[in-house]
Design a protein around this ligand. Structure first.
Ligand code: MN
Length: 164
């Protein structure tokens, strides 16, 4: 599992964040966006893939309008249970500050007929540095892309178009 970095950065006797646990994929893949008032405020954009939440910190928040793009810095994978986390990470802990849920819902890859097929496309896209997916949230809806820049952790989160 890829949650080693998540575990290493945290002291679970101090932080209220969920411990890393395995998760079995449901019928649909989920995404979540959390607002994180850390020392550098940002939104955390998380996509379920291979039983964890692939995660990006988006300093200016996710794009809402077509053709908008925002820098998204990939961070360590988070456990699936993090999708429901809200609370205050105490001072002195990694990511200290308030975490609030901002949006969430399901996502899929256009043309995929199952979650497994979406995952296969996403896995390949993650490796190649280019993923495209349809978000079905309350605030975020439509086709989005993540495109990797030259630096391996730096991506652009782009709202490609509004309609599914
Ligand atoms: Mn964060």
């Amino acid at each position: 599992m890829s949650l080693t970095a998540y575990r290493r950065k945290r002291n679970f006797r101090t932080t209220p964040e969920p411990r890393a646990r395995a998760h079995r994929r449901g019928k649909e893949l989920i995404f979540v966006v959390q607002k994180h008032r850390a020392s550098h405020p940002h939104h955390d954009f998380r996509l379920e893939l291979d039983r964890v939440l692939k995660s990006w910190a988006v300093p200016k928040g996710p794009p809402r309008r077509p053709a908008d793009k925002r820098l998204a810095v990939q961070v360590e994978d988070h456990p699936y249970a993090y999708k429901d986390f809200e609370g205050r990470i105490p001072e002195g802990e990694y990511g200290a500050g308030l975490v609030e849920k901002w949006d969430g819902g399901t996502y899929e890859v256009e043309g995929a007929t199952s979650a497994a097929e979406s995952e296969r496309a996403m896995r390949a896209g993650l490796r190649l540095g280019r993923m495209s997916f349809v978000l079905k949230g309350s605030k975020l809806r439509g086709v989005y892309s993540l495109v990797r820049l030259k630096s391996p952790k730096q991506w652009l989160l782009i709202k490609t178009h509004a309609k599914k």
